[in-house]
Design a protein. Sequence first.
Length: 88
Amino acid sequence: MAVKLRMTRIGRRHRPFFRINAVESRTPRDGRILEKLGHYDPIEKDPAKQVVLNRDRVEFWLDKGAIPSDAVSQILLRHGIKHKYAEQ
């Protein structure tokens, strides 16, 4: 089972809000998730509230071989979580 870390869009029209999830790679964007790892609010002004992550579980999934999407990879790097798929 190939696992990816990617975002699921929730929220309403013109007010995006994303959950960061661990999902099987073949599921659709809003399909079944394995675990909720946090959320991302692009409109929030306070940087501390903009991204909330369960760091232990994110590192667990990365150690198990989960591949983050490009957007999730950038969020992880901003929060100091290094992984082997990070752009050099």
